[in-house]
Design a binder for this molecule. Sequence first.
Ligand code: HEC
Length: 512
Amino acid sequence: MAALCVGFISPAHAAPDPEKLYETHCLSCHAPNRLGGMGPTLLPESLARLKRADAYKAIAEGLPATQMPGFKEMLKEDEMQVLTAWIYTPNKIPPKWDAEDITASHIVNTENVGLPAKPVFKADPSNVTLVVEHGDHHISILDGDVMEPFHRFQTRYALHGGPKFTPDGRFVYWASRDGWITKYDLWNLKVVAEVRAGINTRNVAVSSDGQYVMVANYLPHTLVALSGKDLSLVKVIPVVARNGKTSRVSAVYDARPRASFVAALKDIPEVWEIPYDGRPVYKGLVHDYQYKEAIAEPGPLPVRQIVLDQILDDFFFDQSYNYLMGASRDVPKGQVVHMGVGRKIADLDIPGMPHLGSGITWEWTDDKGVTHPVMASPNLKDGHIQVIDMKTWKTLKVIPTAGPGFFLRSHEETPYAWADVFFGKNRDVMHVIDKRSLEVVADLKPEPGKTATHVEFDRYGKYALVSLWEMDGALIVYDAKTLKEVKRLPMKRPVGKYNVWNKTRLSAGTSH
Ligand code: HEC
């Protein structure tokens, strides 16, 4: 039947060919192989968060106030349908982004190199907070003492993972979804350098000596080490398991007390530790007693492969970075890994889908006056916050919430932890939990019906900042003591907020 028809169908009635349509109408902005250029990357990994109906709408009507034109006058409905479906399919040839591509993309703004080591603004540089506005791809910079923005600028498309500061707080690095890494001079308010380190990127980590920036990629399956100085390429590290299987990298962390990067891998049951202080890593060995027979891996940034029996792609570290609490989005069971010996030392009973990456820790005192280091994390599937004793690794308490949450945050100077309800009908609620009683003591509803998310504090823990996650949203400033609203700063879909002091001092109330 199909064979018979082919001869009769005139080209005008043939099913539209998405590749041809792409070449004619989209390639000029979205680049060959959909890798992204002036317009963003259009590959399945990149579009994971974009609903197909919204992709169709973007193609038909364009995106207001951007360079993305609407095509409904130019293309037929079925052509737009076919194009929409096609951008969610992988490339025929697996996309490549190797050392050559990375180096070719490198940009250094020489006029912004070596500027004076003195802030050009009056605000206390240690109490500055960056706010990432996803709505129109901007960053706003706030003076944390008075909670007023004093600078706002455009970023690359769709920043992903948090900005990371150098220990002195002067420079900050961030990654975009499409792999662009930026080095920014926060004291001079200038972009120093940029490089495209991948096609689909999760986050960056900066070594505590400022020497290296490590990039975690989904596409290709690599970790990319860059020079902290100018983002020039140091090394591409292919992520390959002992058995040859490659993996996406979920995230990379700076384990400062260990002078190493630690990478969470999405597809293989390994955790990678990459020392950056020059100490050796011995090939193919897990336990110390094997050192004698082992050969040290040559070159900078060697990889120590910690082999586990389960994939762990979401991490929480204790403050010493000796213990890693890990979970996998697919397995409702967690593990504690001792980083020194490189193996599991305890199981964690964490039902649902814990979001360990946004957990926090504090010292909790029981009724006998004994203090316990505890960690608490929200849950992406169940409406509860789980509090775990980090000495026994047992659950101390399950605090019910009004729905699954995304972020939990606190600060050393406040007795409260703030938990959002990110999913479901109560996503406008923000719970305030007393870290002493482990009870919810207040429910805030900044704007009924609108998602309230991601709390961060200023340096002193005086203000709590809540994001009203809307295109015409706001940053809502609360008095962290009285829980009263102080003011609202209008922002375009604000998400994360990053205070220089809290992030560089590894505050226990926030992620690092
Ligand atoms: C003149 C340049 C240009 C052309 C031509 C163009 N785009 Fe775009 N496109 C953009 C830009 C820029 C954006 C990002 C807009 C923004 O800032 O939100 C975008 C965004 C998109 C998005 C949303 C991506 C996301 O992650 O949210 C889709 C889908 C898309 N384009 C598909 C297409 C398709 C399919 C075509 C061809 C029919 C096309 N575009 C042609 C510039 C272009």
